[in-house]
Design a protein around this ligand. Structure first.
Ligand code: HEM
Length: 491
């Protein structure tokens, strides 16, 4: 056989094997779903809209638990509050694996806190939570740091002198500085190259991952590795981030005092040294690089994006903005900064922030999960190692949980006495064993940054409020708000 005949023969063999795989495994107790084609999987059913819309549509046809093939990969999709909660919370252990996510995997290779599995993930997660707490996450010390950063942010906003500007970088710099201070032991000046590099790379990657290119890469990574397009920038950006983090780790190594760790990196280096003799230790240099990247990425783009969505909402609904300001004036006044202690006395502001997170729904398909053993679920059997997509979007927009899910309505989080009311279907940070590890930090940042800004300024749109479009520009990994300008008026 010549080369071409061999290639054709192998391709046909692959197609036959794949079709056998699809038909054989579909016969068991797998949840129902559209019939897949070899190699392409259900691409035909997914092709015309973005993945979120397509998957949500399929759930209307096949129910809240169904099977779909993203290319050759089998995935079970869960939707609606009750089903997602039963998986992530009631069967938390079974659903605690991390599913395949090529836009990250080709960089992390399954290493680092957010994308590892098994023992390594358990050890890294437990250890990281402890270290982040030691450095003040969820405590007074980090609150002071956020307040200090807010004062720098307010100064930048004041210097705009009412002229319109795009808030992406202004917000990201301040937000990123908080996680930077935990990881690198210091905040950066707003013009510092390292800070600008971090936020530029992260912002660009978040945009690419949320675009159709990012979604397609997740389905056919091997094919797209050969195709030109913006997805290729993902890996250039990763390489740039890796260089920057590696440089910082070297600086830490040169000045490390094992008795007095300054930050997350120091603690990791000390742990690495302690476990040097253990060949099975999870504390290795590459794991440090990847985990640092996970924390920077998680800690920067998510909060920045949520703040941008919230800005747009507050400008579209000026009465809601005015009511938050009225509450800030009444509870905090103008002579001191808002603190976390004020939050319990500010139910309306708290409800607006929760509703903004529900409505903006910035990670609509969650990060992919995986079942770590054969898992009986709602009358089906999900085989071990099957990837699972939990559509957080369908939780946040579940009409059984929210009275007017399609509207921005702070009443979703207020009771009849206008006191703050929790909702079990509030899941922007997901739920269960993989629950976002930065939730306490993110919640502090959202409250302190927003209330400080609104205490000092009114956000004004450059277009009529009714012309503000709250629908995202893309909804892949994240829901990215449409680019906009605003001006800031001192109060
Ligand atoms: C508004 C802000 C944020 C949102 C909406 C958000 C959302 C999420 C979501 C949906 C997940 C996936 C959970 C799952 O797999 O079930 C996640 C995971 C994660 N987040 Fe966040 N996040 C935010 C802020 C942060 C911050 C500030 C940090 C940094 C400290 C962070 C670090 C992480 C990490 C490390 C994971 C992986 C956890 C694991 O796999 O065990 N996030 N986040």
């Amino acid at each position: 056989m010549d080369g071409v005949t061999t290639a054709i023969f192998l391709l046909l063999l692959a197609i036959i094997c794949l079709s056998l795989t699809f038909t054989a495994s579909d016969k068991g107790q797998l949840p129902p779903g559209p019939k897949p084609l070899p190699i392409l999987g259900n691409l035909l059913q997914l092709r015309s809209q973005d993945l979120l819309t397509s998957l949500t549509k399929l759930s209307k046809e096949y129910g809240s638990v169904y099977t779909v093939y993203l290319g050759p990969r089998r995935v079970v999709v869960l939707s609606g509050y009750q089903t997602v909660k039963e998986a992530l919370v009631d069967k938390g252990e079974e659903f605690s694996g991390r599913g395949s996510y090529p836009v990250f995997f080709n960089f992390t290779k399954g290493n680092g806190l957010a994308f590892s599995n098994g023992d390594r993930w358990k050890v890294l997660r437990r250890w990281s939570i402890q270290i982040l707490r030691n450095f003040g996450m969820g405590k007074k010390s980090i609150e002071n740091q956020i307040l200090e950063e807010s004062s720098f942010l307010l100064e930048v906003l004041r210097n705009t002198e009412g002229k319109p500007f795009d808030p992406v970088f202004t917000l990201s710099r301040s937000v990123s500085n908080i996680i930077c201070s935990v990881i690198f032991g210091r905040r950066f000046d707003y013009e510092d190259d390292r800070l600008l590099t971090i936020i530029t790379f992260i912002n660009d990657n978040f945009k690419i991952m949320s675009s159709p290119w990012g979604e397609m890469y997740n389905i056919f990574p091997n094919l797209l590795d050969w195709v030109p397009g913006p997805h290729r920038r993902l890996f250039q950006n990763y390489a740039g981030m890796k260089d920057l983090i590696a440089r910082s780790i070297r600086e830490h190594q040169d000045s490390l005092d094992p008795n007095s760790p300054r930050d997350f990196i120091d603690c990791f280096l000390i742990k690495m040294a302690q476990e040097k003799q253990d060949p099975l230790s999870h504390f290795q240099m590459d794991t440090l690089l990847m985990t640092t990247h996970n924390l920077l990425f998680g800690g920067t783009e998510t909060v920045g994006t949520t703040l941008r969505h919230t800005f747009l909402i507050l400008m579209k609904y000026p009465k809601i903005q005015a009511r938050v300001q009225e509450e800030i004036d009444r509870v905090v006044g103008r002579s001191r900064s808002p603190t976390l202690e004020d939050r319990v006395s500010m139910p309306y502001t708290d409800a607006v922030i929760h509703e903004a997170q529900r409505f903006a729904d910035i990670v609509p398909m969650n990060l992919p999960h995986r079942v770590i053993r054969d898992t009986p679920f709602r009358g089906f059997l999900i085989p071990k190692d099957t990837d699972v997509i939990t559509l957080l979007n369908t939780v946040h927009y579940d009409p059984s949980q929210f009275k007017t899910p399609k509207e921005f309505n702070p009443e979703h989080f207020l009771d009849a006495n206008q006191s703050f009311k929790k909702s079990p279907a509030f899941m922007p940070f997901s739920a269960g064993r993989r629950l976002c590890l930065g939730e306490p930090l993110a919640r502090m940042e959202l409250f302190l940054f927003l209330s400080s800004i609104l205490q000092n300024f009114t956000l004004e749109p450059t277009v009529k409020p009714e012309d503000i479009d709250l629908t995202p520009i893309s909804s892949g990994l994240g829901k990215v708000p449409r680019p906009f300008q605003l001006s800031i008026r001192a109060r």
